[in-house]
Design a protein around this ligand. Sequence first.
Ligand code: SF4
Ligand code: SF4
Length: 70
Amino acid sequence: MAITIDKNKCTACGKCVDICLEDVLGIENGAAAVLYPRECWRCGSCVYDCAFGAITVDLDADNSIRFIEF
Ligand code: SF4
Ligand code: SF4
């Protein structure tokens, strides 16, 4: 899976759920969960907005759209 959640770091704040335009993520059993992995286009927004470093996305996967900081 291209996106993983470290449940030991996740505080279930919900920010990644709000930021994802594709509704890939949700909160289940007290932590973020990847509900629709095939909808993830690897933009990286959830990774950059998680203050706890709990999300990892394989940004080097083929056909990914890269997050660009200006
Ligand atoms: S933003 Fe980070 S800490 Fe908050 S729910 Fe998502 S993965 Fe968990
Ligand atoms: S990388 Fe982008 S599309 Fe994928 S789960 Fe995170 S915010 Fe959603």
